[in-house]
Design a protein around this ligand. Structure first.
Ligand SMILES: [Zn+2]
Ligand SMILES: [Zn+2]
Length: 369
């Protein structure tokens, strides 16, 4: 019989030692695919890039239940060095999901079909969409996901049956001015003046305060190596969040307008496009109840938290939005994670990984009826 604690730790250490950014998860994907195959799954690889789907059928009628984990790490610049780190805990998600998959293969699937989905490029908000577009996920009825939570949201020994991510989008803008000699600025249009006006215009956007939201400039590149010319091209990125999809859609339009009209105040031209993003969470109440029962069974009633509303985004929510009939729930696992997600020093209580495995197993067991 598989020792869950030992196995999840072993897989975690392997994945943690080979962090790879979105769509470059080649070694990670190969390792996970081989392990699934060895456990007895029928495995399809290369889905939407490096994605994998493992399937085990009970041979009996029933629903198709899926567990989904993300595989990608993040790049960070630390002391001038570019490094890749599993700073969002996706190594732990994949380790918990693979361990649960191996245990379920060993125990045998009771009814219906079990699918294990390893998704690339969650951080780019592109991996889920790419896998959906391939058609490989059609036919899934139920899907569970899980994410480690920062200590501010959940502590070790606690878990939440529903993480309500907001809608989250990245908007990219290009501003075009007119270059000129630094001595003759009146003959040019300085894109830095334009970009400053754009930042001001974006910062002046308002939205219904009842719905939490935020917009901020996260990139502004302008000017080159020559310092005595008027720069004529700027690239900007805005990070937009809103707890309701309707607010997010309205805000996207307002940002596009602000970019164009802000730049126009100094005569520059600009355009803005949504580069990536994800809609907000929408869960199935029956599955959230199953998640609640699974958490209580593993952590006891004191470990069960209420649903958590978080400003973070997750491309997991495309599965519900884009696949007909697919219902989801997404569990947040407390593990004293500090200093925070996306911090290069991210660390957490590893003793919670076997608990996460047990919660996933229980959730699948309760769904397979
Ligand atoms: Zn992340
Ligand atoms: Zn993440």
């Amino acid at each position: 019989m598989i020792d869950k604690a030992k196995r999840v730790d072993e897989i975690y250490k392997t994945l943690h030692a080979m962090p790879e950014v979105g769509f470059a998860e080649h070694r990670t994907s190969k390792f996970l695919a081989e392990a699934l195959q060895k456990a007895g799954y029928k495995v399809t690889t290369g889905i939407g890039g490096t994605g994998i789907v493992g399937t085990i059928s009970s041979g009996k009628p029933g629903q198709t239940v899926a567990l989904r984990a993300d595989m990608d790490a993040l790049s960070h610049t630390v002391k001038g060095q570019d490094i890749c780190v599993h700073s969002c805990g996706h190594d732990a998600h994949s380790a918990m999901t693979l361990t649960a998959a191996e245990v379920m293969a060993e125990q045998g699937v009771k009814a219906g079909t079990l699918k294990i989905v390893f998704q690339p490029a969650e951080e780019k908000f592109e991996g889920a969409l790419k896998m959906i577009e391939s058609g490989a996920l059609n036919g899934i009825d139920i899907m569970f996901g899980m994410h480690l939570r920062p200590i501010q949201e959940a502590k070790s020994g606690q878990a939440s049956p529903a993480i309500y991510h907001g809608a989250s989008y990245l908007i990219e803008a290009t501003v075009t001015g007119l270059t000129a000699h630094g001595a003759r600025p009146h003959l040019g249009i300085n894109v830095i003046d334009a970009a400053v006006a754009v930042v001001q215009a974006v910062n002046a956007i308002r939205s219904n305060p009842v719905v939490p939201w935020s917009i901020k400039t996260t990139r502004l590149h302008a000017g080159g190596s020559t310092l005595n010319v008027i720069p004529d091209r700027a690239e900007m990125v805005f990070d937009l969040r809103a707890q309701a999809d309707k607010s997010a859609d309205e805000l996207i339009e307002k940002v596009k307008q602000a970019v164009v009209s802000g730049a126009a105040t100094v005569g520059a031209k600009a355009e803005a496009v949504v580069k990536a993003g994800s809609p907000g969470a929408e869960y199935d109440s029956v599955l959230v109840e199953i998640a609640r029962k699974a958490i209580t069974a593993v952590l006891g009633p004191s470990g069960l938290l209420d649903p958590i509303v978080t400003p973070g985004g997750e491309d997991f929510h495309y599965f519900t939005k884009k696949i007909q009939g697919l219902r989801t729930a997404y569990i947040g696992l407390g593990c004293d994670a500090e200093p925070g997600l996306h911090h290069p020093d991210f660390h957490f209580d590893h003793a919670m990984m076997p608990k996460g495995v047990a919660i996933l197993l229980k959730a699948v067991e309760l769904s397979m009826v």
